[in-house]
Design a protein around this ligand. Structure first.
Ligand SMILES: Nc1nc2c(ncn2[C@@H]2O[C@H](COP(=O)(O)OP(=O)(O)OP(=O)(O)O)[C@@H](O)[C@H]2O)c(=O)[nH]1
Ligand SMILES: [Zn+2]
Length: 340
């Protein structure tokens, strides 16, 4: 592989590159400055005006470079977006052009099947392929049973147990992030994402919880979101901002809950509410034990959430349009002759 393909560059992208520009992969964004990986190594670049007008480049984006100026963001193949809880702001692209999303949860403590399901629905929505990683396997006394249980909820998704302490399973995870492939980790706080990232990197690049506690500087010392090159040739996006994930839309839900979606399609009535309607395939599956009622409830909740989110973005779109029309009218009043 060439240098640039190791960064995830694929030949068909050449057609997307403006003439006279070189491609660079955004590894880091801070205060408007970009750290970009190129065939010639790392460089600091400035986003051009056209980029700033938009929401700006995200980690993982490919940009077109003219010297030290990034003049365009190339089309994204996949995008991991999030909405922040309680905000009305537009969804934010956390990381772009991911191949794999590692949904990370711990193999210890109470069963977290529903939580994994939720992360999977979000992960599928990104367009990248999710893999479930169960960390702290060294603290679980029946890893195969747990992996099996999680696999039943994670349809079509591989479940990989790992321990960052013993190193068991780390190579299996690394194998999913082969040369030129890009992965990101998502998962709740404290499940061991930073520890796993360090195990994959082979060196402690990312501060884990103990470090942060011992230096007394608290959680905010976590590094900025960053794209790291792995020793095996893959790329890993560090996790800040990937802990709490709001559902952006319902795109991933159907994939994550393909079994439920399938059943619902077989109900007698197309608008079946799956409550007490005759011929309800969902109710029948729950009754004879083919469908876990908790999984069904989780599906309904996620759908309701996605619907709320859709309404919110509709409201946002209306507000933007309203502001645009008002500005236009104001301009017309100010310069009546020009507009006519
Ligand atoms: N026994 C065991 N402990 C682990 C393992 N991985 C992580 N830990 C411990 O779990 C705690 C949390 O690990 P982190 O890597 O900081 O977790 P995180 O998911 O990055 O947490 P946030 O940065 O808050 O999102 C630390 O005390 C780690 O030492 C593991 O594989 N086995
Ligand atoms: Zn039904």
């Amino acid at each position: 592989m060439t240098e640039i393909s190791l960064l995830g560059w694929t030949p068909e992208r050449a057609a997307e590159l403006p003439p006279g520009c070189a491609p660079g992969r955004v590894a880091r964004v801070d205060r408007g400055r970009l750290t970009v990986l190129t065939a010639d190594g790392e460089l600091r670049a400035h986003p051009g005006a056209a980029l700033l007008a938009d929401t700006g480049p995200a980690v993982g984006d490919w940009v077109a470079l003219r010297g030290e100026l990034a003049v365009a963001v190339l089309p994204r193949r996949t995008a991991f977006t999030r909405v922040m809880a309680g905000r009305t702001s537009a969804p934010q692209v956390v990381a772009a052009n991911l191949d794999t999303v590692l949904v990370v949860d711990a193999a210890t403590g109470p069963r977290r099947t529903r939580r994994v399901e939720r992360y999977l629905a979000v992960a599928w929505g990104s367009g990248a392929v999710p893999v479930v990683v169960l960390t702290k396997a060294d603290l679980c006394d029946d890893v195969p049973a747990l992996a099996q249980e999680v696999a039943e909820a994670a349809l079509g998704v591989d479940v990989l147990p790992v321990s960052s302490v013993t190193g068991a399973g780390v190579a299996d995870v690394a194998a999913r992030i082969g040369p030129g492939r890009t992965a990101a980790m998502v998962g709740p706080s404290g499940v061991g994402k930073s520890s796993l990232a360090n195990a994959l990197l082979g060196v402690p690049v990312i501060a884990t919880r103990e470090v942060r506690e011992s230096d007394g500087r608290g959680r905010h010392t976590t590094t900025a979101r960053e794209l790291h090159l792995l020793p095996g040739g893959g790329l890993l996006v560090d996790t800040p901002g990937m802990r709490e994930l709001g559902l952006v839309d319902d795109e991933g839900i159907d994939t994550a809950y393909a079994d439920v979606t399938d059943l619902a399609a077989r109900c007698r009535f197309r608008d079946c509410g799956h409550r007490a309607e005759p011929g309800c395939a969902v109710a029948a599956a729950i009754a004879d034990g083919r469908l876990d009622p908790a999984r069904y409830t989780a599906w309904r909740k996620l759908q309701a959430e996605a619907r709320r989110q859709a309404l919110r973005s509709d409201a946002r779109a209306r507000a933007t349009e309203h502001a645009r029309v008002r500005a236009l009218h104001k301009a017309m009043r100010a310069q009546p002759n020009r507009v006519r």
